[in-house]
Design a protein around this ligand. Structure first.
Ligand SMILES: C[S@@+](CC[C@H](N)C(=O)[O-])C[C@H]1O[C@@H](n2cnc3c(N)ncnc32)[C@H](O)[C@@H]1O
Ligand SMILES: [Zn+2]
Length: 278
């Protein structure tokens, strides 16, 4: 199935010609030299500040580049393959794909699929475009856009993936086809606990996320837990910089990371599969 982006201004189909996406109302969005399109309307927000900032994207891509979370990437690829088995030319969207570590792996692991990565952070999508190019992954298309205003028509996708990213009941149920699957990855209570114990006097376990997914039912849930070693202080610092705790932590507490490597901590991922019921 050919999937066209929808124009963020008028909702009509966008068609690509001569490196620009145009709708019939002549709204036009250029494909950047890096190979992505910016479909985020600036309306009331500063696009340069939307989503994760370049330093967070860099820290996350350096950390993920060490393959410490490859077991999660492998499990996600396997899950998406299972959920799309038997579907001719499945459509998969990674919403809030960040720098594209999982997106490129998912796209590379599927045959005859159309895979889309969207993120509100321009530097995230620019990084994903570089990863896509390095992997020669032509089935992946990348756009700057919001998870709350996805640039797709209704009932478009077979699978929607959200890894540590915002979740929207209404928008995901609009874009997924009836019976479509939503994969949500979130941290388990013990995720990075030893790292937090190093930094905080009273580390706490992560609380389960509540997404309010009233148009979906939970149809599968698995936990993936393992220990891994932070081999260098930089790897530890990159990992900490990509967590939500980073900005709430004092410089003194952050300094406890210096000299900690090699250091073992735990990764814990909850992988939930929801099925669209409405
Ligand atoms: C913790 S990161 C996870 C990125 C990626 N999925 C990963 O696991 O490596 C959360 C991502 O959500 C993006 N984000 C935040 N608000 C968003 C929104 N409204 N629409 C799309 N992406 C958003 C951020 O820019 C960031 O890249
Ligand atoms: Zn338009």
């Amino acid at each position: 199935m050919t999937v066209n982006y929808r124009c963020p201004v008028c909702g009509e189909k966008l068609k690509l010609s001569e490196n620009s996406y145009r709708c019939r109302n002549r709204h036009c969005f250029d494909l950047s030299a890096k190979g992505y399109v910016n479909l985020l309307l600036t309306r009331g927000r500063n696009p340069a500040k939307a989503g994760d900032a370049p330093n967070m994207i860099r820290a996350r891509s350096d950390f993920l580049g060490t393959d410490a979370y490859k077991p999660l990437a492998d499990r996600l690829c396997e899950t998406v393959r299972e959920l799309t088995a038997g579907i001719k030319e499945p459509v998969v969207i990674d919403s809030g794909c960040g720098e594209g570590y999982y997106t490129v792996k998912i796209a590379s692991s599927l045959k005859d699929a159309a895979v889309f990565g969207i993120d509100i952070s321009k530097s995230g999508i620019a990084h994903a475009a570089a990863l896509k190019k390095a992997a020669g992954c032509n089935s992946l298309q990348l756009a700057v856009a919001s998870s709350f205003e996805l640039p797709f028509g209704k009932n478009t996708a077979d699978v929607l993936v959200s890894v540590f990213a915002p979740v929207s009941n209404d928008e995901y149920s609009r874009v997924l086809r009836p019976g479509g699957k939503l994969i949500v990855v979130s941290p388990t209570p013990m995720h990075l606990f030893r790292l937090k114990a190093l930094i905080y006097d009273e580390p706490y376990q992560n609380k389960p996320n509540r997404y309010g997914l009233r148009s979906f039912e939970l149809t599968n849930e698995q936990q993936l837990e393992y220990s891994f070693t932070l081999a260098t202080d930089k790897q530890a610092a990159d990992l900490f910089a990509m967590t939500p705790y980073y900005y709430k932590t004092s410089p003194e507490a952050k300094a406890r990371l210096i000299g900690c490597a090699p250091f073992e901590t735990e990764a814990g991922f909850l992988i939930q599969v929801f099925t669209k019921i409405i």
